[in-house]
Design a binder for this molecule. Structure first.
Ligand SMILES: CC(=O)SCCNC(=O)CCNC(=O)[C@H](O)C(C)(C)COP(=O)(O)OP(=O)(O)OC[C@H]1O[C@@H](n2cnc3c(N)ncnc32)[C@H](O)[C@@H]1OP(=O)(O)O
Ligand SMILES: CC(=O)C(=O)O
Length: 545
């Protein structure tokens, strides 16, 4: 274990802003910068002053940082202008920050084709711009764009570019795998050579993930001597993204023994930082993300669960708490008794391992999964299945019948509309209750009618709402593919902020939806501990009235 310091440079607000579908506001940028600062990141690249209004607004009202240094990104001077007289470069250097990072060409082909300048002029553009930046800012960095492709094509020229930046005063010379096509062994070999010219403690690495190797490439560069890594939160970035700092951080600290600006307590917040970032971008976190994904410490295979319960090291490479994540033991058709017992314990059901009802329950889970149920993402339905098997769930209501009608017609304004209407009859403690509702689709109408019927007698249903509805059509369990079955997963929530998911399966999408809706309501009533007897009395009084 080395204990040496690695400097982390976050480019979420610049290269991350180049991600397809991502559009930060200045307020987003400020909030993300504060989060990165709290985490302990050394440098935060805020954007490109002068390139767009968002970046100007961000640099015009910079968030206060505790430890991190915000840097402004830009490019070397244009050909034919002096560094002092280039409006683009001036906009970058006028930003009220101490650090700047200028991108410049280091591949001869890029200089002649993309810039249309001769190779000497490109060297002067690098050296003039970095020299000027180093005179007016505390730190000037050079992003050597396309460095690895340039080195492969013309090593002498690529090395001349980084040497020019270093000699002009660059604090960090950052080797960029701009097109993301370089492999780890190439990175290690090339960086080892560069480190004989520019010392490792002045070298950085900036990798893209086009071969899925951005993290591996960054680590290979560190092995070869670089001491600054550029990356982004959750691997955002141009095309396939940048090196994911959320993966790199624990790898550097827990596996390779490097120190960073992030301490142990910061590392223990990594999962929440990563998920809060996805939340801000309004996208679902990747459950399979290394270290921080919901599946990163989820044990599904029966052999795994059995061993993990004896000692988690059997199937875990680190302790989940080190990165703020949690262990989960899943129940599915891959499960054994150990998974089931662990899962039941997680949801607060203590069962004697020799309870004769356990094998029956496990068989039932497996049979249901074969039919198309999936309890991985529908924990409330699993809890109800288990509690019903243990005789703990009262029959709060019984379905007597429902009917759903869809009508497609022209309304009075001559517009084609589709309306759905649902009628439902349930029995509460033997007393029939009926409700009718309209909706913008059959499931919406049925959901409204069911809640309306139940809310007449059960108060806790009134603060419930449907948050998410997912339908998946699957081929029939016999594998013929002729009679598809539909799986519906519903997420419900209450006003206290609790969320729970339930599942229903049927050849008919409305039946599957009813099953998931009814489970969602039953779980809410069970958790609220309501009395069926009291509800039946209300239902009886309502029916007399
Ligand atoms: C590898 C990377 O990710 S680098 C970062 C890439 N990010 C971005 O481009 C996002 C922000 N960029 C922008 O908003 C715009 O491109 C701006 C404001 C910077 C420039 O806009 P424009 O002046 O309209 O130029 P445009 O984007 O069309 O073309 C880039 C110009 O810069 C020149 N250029 C490109 N790289 C460099 C460089 N390192 N040094 C000097 N000039 C350069 C190009 O030759 C081209 O010049 P030309 O207009 O004479 O052909
Ligand atoms: C600078 C940069 O983003 C790149 O070369 O990929």
């Amino acid at each position: 274990m080395s204990g040496e310091r690695i400097y982390l440079y976050d480019s979420t607000l610049r290269d991350g802003a180049q991600t397809r579908g991502v559009d930060f506001t200045a307020a987003d940028k400020a909030a993300i910068a504060r989060e990165l600062d709290r985490l302990g990141i050394d440098y935060i690249e805020g954007g490109w002053p002068g390139a767009n209004q968002t970046d100007d607004a961000f640099f015009g009202d910079l968030p206060r940082m505790q430890r991190a240094r915000i840097s402004a990104f830009g490019m070397t001077r244009r050909s034919g202008r002096s560094a002092e007289n280039d409006p683009g470069l001036s906009a970058v250097l006028n930003a009220p920050v101490q650090a700047v990072c200028l991108v410049g060409k280091s591949w001869d082909f890029q200089a002649t084709v993309a810039l249309g300048v001769d190779l000497d002029e490109n060297l002067r553009m690098v050296s003039d711009s970095i020299g000027h930046a180093a005179r007016v800012k505390a730190e000037a960095m050079f992003d050597a764009e396309h460095f690895f492709d340039g080195y492969k094509a013309n090593p002498d020229y690529a090395l001349a570019c980084v040497k020019a930046a270093y000699q002009a005063g660059a604090r960090w010379v950052v080797l960029c795998d701009t097109n993301g096509g370089t492999l780890p062994h190439e990175i290690e070999e090339i960086v080892s050579h560069v480190a004989t010219i520019v010392p490792g403690d002045r070298l950085g690495i900036h990798c893209h993930d086009d071969t899925g190797n951005a993290v591996a490439n960054s680590l290979a560069a560190v092995r070869a001597g670089v001491r600054q890594i550029q990356g982004t939160l959750n691997g955002l970035g141009e095309r396939c993204g940048n090196a994911n700092l959320v993966t790199l951080l624990p790898t550097l600290m827990l596996k390779m023994g490097y120190t960073t600006g992030v301490d142990e307590a910061g590392l223990a917040h990594l999962t929440s930082v990563s998920r809060a970032f996805d939340e801000r971008m309004n996208r679902a976190p990747n459950i399979h993300a290394p270290y921080v994904g919901a599946a990163a410490f989820a044990h599904k295979g029966g052999l795994h669960a059995s061993a993990v319960l004896k000692d988690p090291r059997a199937y875990e490479h680190i302790r989940p708490e080190q990165v703020g994540n949690q262990r989960h033991v899943l129940v599915s058709d891959q499960a054994g008794r150990a998974n089931l017992l662990a899962r039941l314990a997680e949801i607060g059901i203590e069962v004697d391992p020799s309870d004769p009802r356990l094998p029956t329950l496990l068989e039932q889970v497996k049979a249901n999964e074969h039919m198309g149920y999936a309890y991985d993402g529908a924990e409330a339905s699993l809890e109800l299945l288990a509690r019903r098997a243990l005789g703990e769930v009262p029959e709060y209501f019984r379905l007597l019948s429902f009917r759903v009608i869809d009508e497609r017609r022209y309304n009075a304004r001559g517009e084609l509309v589709t309306l759905s209407e649902a009628t439902i009859k349930i029995s509460v403690g033997g007393v029939p209750v009926m409700a009718v509702a309209e909706g913008n689709g059959p499931v919406n109408a049925l959901d409204t009618a069911l809640r309306r019927a139940i809310a007449q007698t059960y108060q806790p249903v009134r603060d419930m709402r449907l948050v998410d509805y997912k339908v998946r059509i699957m081929s029939a369990p016999d594998g013929t593919g002729t009679d598809a079955v539909t799986r519906v997963v519903i997420e419900s929530a209450d006003t206290a902020g609790d969320h729970w998911s339930t599942v229903g399966v049927s050849a008919n999408v409305v039946n599957a939806s009813y099953e998931a809706l009814a489970d969602g309501i039953t779980w809410r009533l069970y958790r609220a501990g309501v009395s069926v007897q009291a509800a039946a009395e209300v239902a009886a009084a309502n029916s007399v009235a």
